[in-house]
Design a protein around this ligand. Structure first.
Ligand code: BJW
Ligand code: ZN
Length: 249
């Protein structure tokens, strides 16, 4: 421990009875999963993530967008949870009334032992039909080769339309049940810990703001300044995999 802000945050966590942990892409950065606003690499470097993550991009070039998500799904499958994910699971074990709300589409929280994260922006592992929403049973198995480039999406078994990633693109509504669970948890918590998010994408960025407005203490973990600095009681300026374990040790 040592640093006064870390000590203050650890004490706040000790006293808390209802906790929300709210995470973004920075949570998985130290697992080697690029953040959303990092530049893309390899074949993808001439694209902009913000332009690929839209219904318009998928309609215009389904193979390009599906290929990008397949490449990211493989990258996540190669990655391992980091000490920050494990510290979040430790908070859940210590404070039973903890709700984990993530914007991440990876499964690293689950693999670190978090039982039931609320996925506000969906998942890389839940593809569905773009027309009838029928869940796709894509056989993700051993023979599943990594891809790097356009890949035509599979077709729906029910209606033959293109299968799409089960994520929330710009301009699309968040899953109602997930958003309601997140707002409800943020409205009734006494402490919210926001980790590794730029706080730029709405309505997710409202979650810490709702908690602060209703009187909860907000702890932020991020190496950079963000628009959420002003709602945070304590700003811990560092990487999640280093800062979070210091709060639960
Ligand atoms: C570290 C670290 C380390 C680095 N440790 N930290 C109000 C105002 C203006 C615009 C809007 C508004 N309300 C809605 C909008 C439009 C839009 C929006 O917000 N646009 C903004 C960009 C301006 N929102 C939407 O379109 C949403 N839908 C909507 O509003 O629908 C309305 C509607 C209602 C009813 C019917 C129909 C429509 C949907 C938003 C969906 C966002 N989807 C994405 C893609 C998901 C799939 C995919 O992954 O491809 O979600 S976009 C992307 O951003 C992704 C992320 O979850 C999300 C947030 O990003 P995040 O996690 O914060 O990552 P980064 O990269 O931004 O930041 C990383 C941070 O980590 C940085 O701060 C680093 O410093 C830090 N970091 N290393 C800790 N080691
Ligand atoms: Zn279908």
């Amino acid at each position: 421990m040592g640093h006064p802000a870390t000590q203050e945050a650890a004490a706040l966590l000790d006293q808390a009875e209802r906790v929300v942990v709210f995470t973004g892409a920075g949570m998985s950065a130290e697992s080697g999963v690029p953040t959303f606003r990092d530049a893309l690499t390899g074949l993808w470097q001439r694209f902009d993530a913000q332009a690929l993550a839209t219904p318009e991009a998928f309609r215009a070039d389904p193979a390009l967008v599906w290929g990008w998500y397949e490449w990211r799904r493989h990258a996540v499958q190669q990655a391992q949870p980091n000490a920050g994910h494990r510290a979040v699971a430790a908070i859940e074990a210590r404070v039973p009334n903890t709700v984990l709300v993530t914007q991440n589409v990876d499964d690293l929280h689950e693999r670190a032992g978090s039982a039931n994260p609320v996925h506000l922006h969906g998942s890389l592992f839940a593809p569905r039909c773009s027309a009838c929403a029928h869940p796709a049973s894509t056989p993700y198995g051993e023979a599943d080769e990594p891809t790097d480039g356009p890949v035509p999406p599979p077709r729906c078994a029910r209606c033959a339309a293109d299968i799409r990633p089960g994520v929330v693109w710009f301009g699309e509504a968040l899953p109602t049940a997930a958003l309601e669970a997140a707002v409800e948890a943020a409205s009734s918590c006494d402490l919210l810990v926001t980790v590794g998010t730029s706080g730029l994408v709405y309505p997710a960025a409202e979650i810490p703001q709702v908690a602060a407005r209703l009187g909860a203490t907000v702890i932020q973990v991020n190496p950079e300044e963000t628009p959420l600095d002003r709602v945070a009681t304590v700003n811990l300026r560092g990487p999640a995999a280093r800062v979070l374990p210091a709060l639960v040790e």
